[in-house]
Design a protein around this ligand. Structure first.
Ligand code: 4YB
Length: 452
């Protein structure tokens, strides 16, 4: 059973298990007592500098102990925290931030945020405590935004804790477990780890060494995108301390989970979005390629194959010019833009509506082609994008990561593809700077057209 948190979670656990380990960085462990004291100190430091409840405060940092402490301390002030990808260039921040009404910005080991009042991470004495309000807005999270400006999904504490409780219950994440902060805090997948840790009163493992396999050796749970798990399997660097891995964010090839399970890793497959504060559906990998069943509280409908969601974990809206803009229809449904189908009560994701393109009058759903390519054991990532073609309108181009000769891959894939699905060019997937947790099709398209 999952605890009902009715106070700031770190105070809740400090009351019950003051000496239990809250955070382990490898060099340093912090008990709930110590963590609560640090948060209190930093929160007072922020208040001294003018941070007030309901202000939007941006945090620009890589993952690390300081980032986690600052993030929690800003929440403790009643501020709404906007976590930024430290790789986002100033040009994009300058477009994005004015509409979000950011009052202050804290940069940790990163350049200051332009045109926003800076904050310092300093402690001050005092006992002032902003009251815990479960229904208050806590976070603004930028969507990956296929095109145009990213939107800032605004979530309450309640939405995050609801999401966390469902995953904690499903995966049996206990206070004795240790979840590695294995994905960025600026993305819901990283933030989800924080709320599960806080919900369960477990240990958060933080690692700055960039050595995923060493960090996993200190952890029992981790969230990974499929590429991360492929790399681990290929390095045959699988730690035995792992009890479970939650996969998500993109198509999860059954080839991957079958190999990982054979290597002794319990894989869970999840489906989620920024707007839903991470996981909506999840289940144990069974080789079927599904993303599992809806979690408690999640309503999932397919309308003309599109996934619609209604859920207590949905954002209250997109934050813009000091107000919330609706993200659902009048009946509260979010139209995700994802295509799906049911298989034995489990949701299978087939791709995104807006990725579909036409080649000589035939509809190409890139994700279907990608799934075929990902079926090759040496392929760790595959993105298929349309290239403009005077005769066909568009034709598919395959961008592939993995230790494989691309001509051989083309031969291997050919019998599994319909003629109009055949990529007309095969290229190594470029690593573009400043990416989030997955490659951006939009940016890959731009990259492709710049090449010519
Ligand atoms: C999928 C997909 C799937 C998302 N198959 N397409 O805690 C977690 O749930 C978690 C664990 C490990 C890795 C990631 C996560 C996430 O939260 C992922 C959430 C996410 O990716 N949000 S997003 O806003 O950046 O993108 C959402 C989109 O990603 C969806 O609309 C889908 O198109 C795609 N996606 N899970 C196929 N299992």
């Amino acid at each position: 059973s999952v605890a009902t948190i009715n106070d700031w979670p770190w105070l809740y656990w400090q009351q019950r298990y003051p000496q239990a380990t809250a955070i382990d960085t490898g060099d340093e462990t912090l008990s709930w007592q110590q963590l609560a004291e640090r948060i209190n100190g930093y929160a007072n430091g922020f208040r001294r500098q003018g941070v007030k409840p309901e202000m939007v405060v941006a945090l620009r940092s890589r993952n690390g102990l300081q980032a986690v402490q600052a993030w929690l301390s800003l929440l403790a002030c009643g501020a709404r925290v906007l976590m930024l990808n430290p790789q986002l260039p100033d040009t994009q921040l300058n477009q994005l931030l004015p509409g979000l009404g950011v009052a202050f910005a804290l940069s940790i080991d990163a350049p200051p945020v332009p045109q926003v009042l800076p904050l310092n991470l300093t402690t001050a004495a005092g006992r002032a405590n902003h009251p815990w309000q479960r229904n208050a807005l806590a976070t603004l999270t930028l969507t990956s935004g296929t095109t145009g400006l990213a939107k800032a999904a605004a979530h309450t504490f309640d939405a995050h804790l609801h999401s966390a409780a469902a995953v904690v219950g499903l995966m049996d994440f206990t206070p004795r477990d240790r979840w590695l902060l294995s994905l960025p805090l600026f993305h819901v997948s990283g933030m989800g780890i924080i709320w599960r840790w806080l919900s369960a009163g477990a240990t958060l493992v933080i690692d700055r060494s960039q050595d995923l396999s060493a960090a996993l050796a200190r952890s029992s749970f981790a969230s990974l995108v499929p590429t991360q798990l492929w790399r681990l399997l290929n390095q045959s660097a699988l730690p035995t301390s792992l009890r479970a891995v939650l996969l998500g964010g993109a198509t999860i090839p059954s080839e991957l989970t079958t190999q990982a399970e054979a290597a002794g890793i319990r894989c869970w497959c999840g489906y989620g979005l920024t707007e839903t504060a991470s996981t909506v559906c999840a289940g144990r990998a069974d080789g079927s390629g599904s993303a599992g069943k809806p979690l408690p509280g999640q309503e999932v409908r397919l309308v003309e194959n599109e996934v619609w969601l209604r859920s207590p974990t949905l954002a209250q809206g997109y934050w813009r010019e000091g107000a919330l803009q609706p993200l659902t229809d009048e009946d509260g449904w979010l139209h995700t833009g994802d295509l799906g189908h049911w298989r034995q009560g489990e949701l299978c994701i087939d791709g995104r509506l807006d990725n579909l393109f036409f080649s000589g009058g035939e509809a190409v759903q890139p994700e279907l082609v990608e799934r075929v390519l990902l079926g090759h054991p040496a392929v760790t990532q595959a993105v298929v994008v349309p290239q403009v073609d005077s005769e066909y309108g568009h034709r598919p181009v395959a961008l592939v990561a993995g230790e494989i000769d691309l001509e051989k891959l083309a031969d291997w894939a050919a019998p599994q593809l319909t003629n109009y699905q055949h990529p007309v060019a095969w290229l190594p997937l470029p690593q573009l700077a400043g990416e989030g947790i997955k490659p951006s099709r939009h940016r890959l398209l731009a990259w492709l057209s710049d090449r010519k």
